[in-house]
Design a protein around this ligand. Structure first.
Ligand SMILES: [Zn+2]
Length: 244
């Protein structure tokens, strides 16, 4: 490389700019707002499903109790009806027996009525639970639709970034091919320590261009180096390239 050849410095600065861009793109890709929205929807769906299972179990339990009360009411009714029939079919002749039968029928009717009342009470408890389940199903449908829409949105946003990443990757490879292997290795090492400004462009008007400001001696040394110089800042260790 001749003293005035600045193409390697320019290429290295471009590599760094593209690395910075790539870092930003990857961060953007990983933190797309749609991902957070989807996580919220997933958590809402999960809560909904848990609440639904709980309500369903509660409703099914009440339904079971209610059905068994219905069966008991119907059994008692059948028995009362058959005693009723016996009372009037002429087979009971003794007034004492008729009175006893009448009392038993009355007691059975009372029990039937009790069972029916309890059953109605349960039906009244079941009704709002059924309503809750209908609402939960509607809400679940809404959330599923929102999830699908958000997934489509995420895919579009992610693939747009993927394209940008592919372009920047290709540009980076082209720029890196211009930089010597040794300088690429040094740059990679310095990037770990210095992050986005491992390599800087010498700028005499702004403390040498170094983020930590070159001391006067180092600044003076750089002013006297030929254009095309690419070497570490003796103060901070960053790579400095002289383009002017
Ligand atoms: Zn420095």
């Amino acid at each position: 490389m001749s003293d005035t050849d600045t193409s390697e410095i320019e290429a290295l600065l471009l590599v760094q700019r593209l690395d910075n861009t790539l870092d930003q793109l990857r961060f953007k890709h990983a933190n797309l707002p749609q991902r957070e929205a989807l996580a919220t929807i997933a958590s809402d769906l999960d809560s909904l499903s848990k609440a639904r299972s709980k309500t369903e179990a509660q409703r099914d339990d009440l339904r079971k109790q209610q059905r068994s009360l219905e069966t008991e009411a119907s059994d008692v009714e059948t028995k009362a009806n058959s005693l009723d029939a016996r009372l009037y079919d002429g087979s009971v002749t003794s007034p004492k027996e008729a009175a006893a039968l009448g009392e038993e029928i009355e007691s059975l009717r009372a029990r039937q009525s009790d069972f029916e009342d309890q059953s109605i009470e349960l039906l009244l408890e079941i009704e709002p639970l059924d309503d809750l389940l209908v609402n939960a199903e509607a809400k679940g449908g809404e959330l599923e639709a929102a999830k699908q829409a958000k997934e489509v949105e995420l895919e579009a946003a992610a693939s747009a970034i993927d394209e940008e990443i592919a372009t920047a990757d290709a540009d980076r490879a082209a720029a890196a091919a211009i930089v010597s292997e040794a300088n690429m290795e040094l740059y990679a090492k310095l990037r770990i320590t210095y992050g986005p400004d491992a390599v800087i462009e010498f700028d005499p008007a702004h403390n040498g261009g170094c983020p930590v400001a070159m001391p006067a001696v180092e600044l003076d040394r750089w002013k006297h180096l030929p254009t095309g110089s690419l070497e570490p800042c003796q103060d901070c260790g960053r790579m400095v390239g002289k383009l002017i």
